[in-house]
Design a protein around this ligand. Structure first.
Ligand SMILES: Cc1cc2nc3c(=O)[nH]c(=O)nc-3n(C[C@H](O)[C@H](O)[C@H](O)COP(=O)(O)OP(=O)(O)OC[C@H]3O[C@@H](n4cnc5c(N)ncnc54)[C@H](O)[C@@H]3O)c2cc1C
Ligand code: SF4
Length: 475
């Protein structure tokens, strides 16, 4: 008999939401082991130490930039119990229906093997779990009201919403607009990677019931080294803990270690089939500082309050990436005497198309870590950025704009995606529509790594909905 029913690799969003659903459907006798590479750092200790984890994420992999490519790209994530839920900012939009059908609609990228309609009930479920705050009006079809009311907007947000009622909304967010049972109310101080009042959803504050369940064993500082696969069946996991190599057996394995480590661990397990490790991508972003004449910003009740879809979906996606505009309320003022609040900041996220040559693989210099090769954002993304710059002044016509200063591209969007893509064809994908590995049928692979293409939308709500769906369709 195996030691466990299921072994999970990782304790971030993907594994925790999958585990939550499996607990609902499993008998009292079920046994689940969660292996987490990093430590459990309690939230008060994170605040006291001013860091989420003592593990330096950038030291866990190597970047090998191809010759001739100039990029200062960073790949960001957190290693520790709860994964990047500790440092995320809580932006929680759904993807739009057309994001799932970008090839059919616009002739670029790849269609997803699941549709918006397939995911809609699971989006609703995870919005409840994370107590998402948002307004009644949204661009998402078939959506019941959010559990918490939307945050108070800024005056520039409200002016844009009045002009674009179908395209400008409250940002749906996991930053609480009023206190919940486990979280404080967001007070808009804007250091959300380490929220001092624990207002944003994290695995630590929102999923205690999952990890307190007697059927679950959490082992921290336990690094999975490979999945033990014999004759096409996952038998368990080899892992390192307390300086020793151990092996635990199980009937099934769930891999949710993020888009850098999922493909690396598959390759270390001898699972080289399909495009494993290919198509690493994420959106890119930049800030636009908007100086206003006689209108103040900063009245909002959270760090990010507005969500603009004016440059998102449409025929332009045949040529140029869609853009999602975030209206920011973080108190960064202008330096003009008497006019310090006459400013607003937009954060523009532009989608990119994945490229096969952008990869994660085993580092030939040191097999104990992955190596990332990335050739930079593609032309599709760059045309999307240029399109925003061409259009933004016109889009902002409802505001008394004095000038717009564009900042350089950000180094990271922290939405690492695409390296174990989902799909119906094993030649072009690694997992099927239910996130089951095409070849090893008792192995699930979860997380943003399963995204066949990106979208401008932040990925985590979709990742948790996909994980919840995958755990439910198992029966
Ligand atoms: C600063 C920042 C801000 C962000 N803001 C947003 C946002 O506003 N909205 C949004 O949608 N997304 C945001 N994201 C992205 C979001 O955090 C990810 O989409 C999400 O965390 C992915 O969940 P996951 O469970 O797949 O991976 P993770 O959360 O990265 O969890 C993976 C877990 O696996 C563990 N692990 C790795 N290797 C091993 C191993 N070998 N053995 C055992 N365990 C292992 C890791 O320690 C980690 O706990 C942000 C990310 C960052 C870094
Ligand atoms: S704005 Fe402040 S209170 Fe709100 S989630 Fe961010 S850090 Fe926490």
């Amino acid at each position: 008999m195996a030691d466990y029913d299921t072994i999970f690799i990782g304790s971030g969003f993907a594994c925790s939401f999958f585990l939550r659903k499996r607990l609902q459907r499993s008998p009292d006798s079920a046994r689940f082991l969660v292996l987490e590479r990093g430590p459990l750092v309690q939230h008060p200790d994170q605040v006291a130490n001013r860091r989420n984890s003592p593990v330096e994420a950038q030291s866990t992999f190597r970047v090998d930039t191809p010759k001739g490519v100039e990029t200062d790209k960073l790949w960001q994530f957190n290693i520790g119990f709860g994964g990047s839920s500790n440092c995320w900012w809580g932006g929680s939009p759904r993807m739009l229906p057309n994001d799932f059908q970008i090839m059919t609609r616009y002739g670029v990228g790849r269609d997803w093997p699941v549709s918006y309609e397939d995911l809609a009930p699971y989006y609703t479920e995870v919005e409840q779990v994370m107590q998402i705050a948002g307004s009644v009006a949204t661009p998402f079809p078939d959506r019941p009201p959010y559990p918490l009311p939307g945050h108070r907007m800024t005056d520039p947000d409200r002016a844009l919403q009045a002009t674009y009622p179908d395209h400008y909304f409250n940002q749906p967010t996991a930053r609480a607009s009023r206190p919940t049972d486990t979280r404080g109310q967001c007070c808009a101080n804007g250091v959300c990677h380490l929220c001092p009042v624990d207002a944003k959803f994290t695995i630590q504050n929102g999923m205690r019931d999952v990890y307190d369940d007697p059927r679950v064993t959490l082992m921290t500082d336990a690094q999975a080294l490979s999945v033990d696969v014999q004759a096409g069946v996952a038998q368990g996991v080899i892992y390192a803990h307390a300086g020793r190599e151990e092996r635990a057996t199980s009937d099934a394995v769930v891999l949710g270690a993020n888009a850098i480590f999922n493909p690396y661990l598959l390759l270390r397990s001898g699972l080289t089939d399909g495009p494993v490790g290919q198509r690493l991508h994420e959106q890119g972003s930049f800030r636009a500082h908007v100086y206003l004449d006689g209108m103040s910003g900063f009245q909002g009740s959270s760090s990010i309050t507005g969500h603009g879809y004016m440059l998102y979906d449409g025929e332009h996606r045949r040529e140029a990436g869609a853009a999602l505009i975030e209206g920011w309320n973080v108190p960064r003022f202008r330096l003009d005497h008497g006019r310090w609040t006459e400013r607003t900041e937009l954060y523009v996220i532009v989608e990119d198309l994945p490229k096969d040559e952008d990869t994660v693989s085993i580092d030939p210099e040191d097999e104990t870590r992955p190596v990332v090769r990335y050739s930079g954002h593609g032309d599709y993304f760059m045309r999307g950025v240029q399109r925003v710059k061409n259009e933004l002044e016109k889009v902002l016509a409802p505001l008394p704009v004095e000038r717009i200063d564009y900042m350089p591209l950000n180094q990271s969007e922290a939405h690492n995606q695409g390296t174990t893509a989902m799909g119906d064809d094993p030649a072009t994908s690694v997992v099927d529509r239910d996130l089951v590995h095409h070849k090893v049928r008792n192995l699930h692979v979860l997380g943003n790594s399963t995204f066949p293409t990106g979208a401008p939308a932040n990925p985590t709500l979709t990742t948790t909905a996909l994980a919840t769906r995958a755990a439910e369709v198992m029966g």
